[in-house]
Design a protein around this ligand. Structure first.
Ligand SMILES: *Cc1c(COP(=O)(O)O)cnc(C)c1O
Length: 441
């Protein structure tokens, strides 16, 4: 399928057909399932979404970093179509199939977790995080789990407790799982100006040693670049200092790369940007299968093998079509060009966003890696979060056919994670719309 790679707005957004569908939807779909932009999408290709009113929107969010390879990528569509006609289900733990093994071979060969690695597949990012917790507890015989401020790990009972933000993720849904401890994150924009990565890590380590005790901790979970928290990139040396401490204390170090992994930042994993950083386990999901529901845990074989047979699994985890999609995605990453493209996109984004920051003091910070970039909006001249301006700029973009996403603990971050299939022209067009929105404030 093809779709002209051009922004084209023909009605209000949402248009009349979307408004009618929204009405149907509100009758039968739970109010708990919110929607950022109530525009119904009919089809998509590359970096363009076509809605039910014929509007062509530029996708600057990739469904939160999922269609990294681009919407309806030809090789992925072919692989999934072929697989769905051949075999859709046996349940890998009942009777296995080859594409699961192939996906594990690809994933283990690129995960920066030492020499001998193994993987297991599940359905969602939250499920991968839950399984990493199970594996780490079994491997260490310990119970406690450490996470960081501003983190996001999912919406299941355990991962809800691992998130930083109570609202909207946890409020009213308790009791939450116990044995989860939140430590201070390295947040260069808001930390004291002179604080280095190792110092920020020492702050977290001291807190965890006093509050929990290193010997009690099964695992430490860290997003190498935080996603929902607002693309917070920890100061250099933060991850490595944490790693020295987890290794010295027998704690399983888990990098949650559900959002930052899979070519998004210009490498297979964002962890690779910190030289020498080798987490014990990595959780993946979002970008791994181009939109098919798949997640995984990959990591050091001796830890991955700690779980007893039958301890890990699930009916749909690593289903044939999902792993076939993942193979198509990872094989294309191996063929080359994608990481370079992510870096080029990063240069265009950070170059233009930094120029906007010089013009508009409402932008307090520009940060990110590769095709994972964000701006944090403040009240000009202060550090005070500016969620109102963030919302206004986001709405301007939406009305003009550019789908951008917000993020951040204070709802004051706009994040950009376009499909890597986006052209320079489309990217600049989207950024022009953003600049006009900032000018309008
Ligand atoms: C999205 C996300 C999750 C949860 O993934 P789901 O597939 O929505 O369950 C976990 N961790 C991070 C870092 C994420 O961005």
């Amino acid at each position: 399928m093809t779709l002209e790679q051009k922004r084209h707005v023909v009605t209000a957004i949402p248009g009349p057909n979307s408004v009618a569908l929204q009405k149907r939807r509100s009758e039968v779909v739970s109010a708990g399932v919110g929607t950022m932009l109530p525009t119904f999408i009919e089809e998509a290709h590359g970096a363009i979404l076509k809605d039910v009113d014929g509007n062509h929107l530029i996708d600057m969010g990739s469904g939160i970093g999922v269609v990294t390879i681009g919407h309806t990528n030809e090789k992925l569509v072919a692989a999934v179509s072929e697989q769905v006609a051949k075999l859709t289900h046996t349940l890998f733990t009942v009777a296995p199939y080859e594409p699961y093994v192939k996906a594990a071979e690809l994933l283990t060969s690129h995960a920066p977790c030492g020499k001998k690695k193994k993987a297991a597949f599940f359905n969602s990012g939250a499920e991968a995080v839950e399984n990493a917790v199970k594996i780490a507890r079994k491997a260490t015989g310990r119970t406690e789990i450490a996470v960081f401020d501003h983190s996001y790990h999912g919406r299941t009972n355990l991962t809800m407790a691992m998130n930083f933000k109570a609202h909207p993720y946890g409020t009213g849904f308790g009791p939450l799982a116990g044995s989860v401890h939140h430590a201070p994150m390295s947040y260069p924009f808001r930390d004291p100006a002179e604080m280095t990565g190792p110092e920020a890590a020492t702050r977290a380590i001291t807190y965890l040693e006093k509050r929990v005790g290193a010997s009690q901790l099964a695992a430490l979970f860290i997003e190498p670049i935080q996603g929902e928290g607002g693309f917070i990139v920890p100061a250099p040396g933060f991850l490595l200092t944490l790693q020295e401490w987890t290794r010295a204390n027998g704690i399983v170090l888990v990098a949650d790369e559900v959002q930052s992994g899979m070519a998004r930042t210009g490498k297979w994993f964002a962890s690779e940007w910190e030289e020498g950083f080798e987490p014990d386990l990595i959780t993946v999901a979002k970008g791994i299968a181009g939109g098919m529901p798949l997640s995984g845990v990959v990591g050091r074989a001796e830890i991955m093998d700690a779980a007893h047979a039958g301890g890990l699994g699930g009916t749909f985890g690593g289903s044939p079509t999902a792993v076939a999609a993942a193979v198509a995605v990872m094989e294309q990453f191996e063929e080359g060009g994608w990481f370079e493209r992510a870096e080029q996109i990063g240069e265009i984004l950070s170059g233009r966003l930094t120029a906007m920051q010089n013009n508009y003091p409402v932008i307090g910070d520009v940060r990110g890696k590769g095709a994972m970039q964000a701006i944090e909006l403040v009240r000009p001249g202060t550090m005070d979060p500016n969620p109102e301006a963030t919302d206004a700029v986001m709405k301007h973009c939406h009305q003009n056919g550019v789908l951008v996403l917000n993020a951040g603990t204070y709802n004051n971050v706009l994040r950009f994670l376009p499909p890597l299939a986006i052209s320079d022209e489309l990217l600049h067009d989207a950024l022009d719309v953003l600049a006009a929105g900032l000018a309008k404030l």
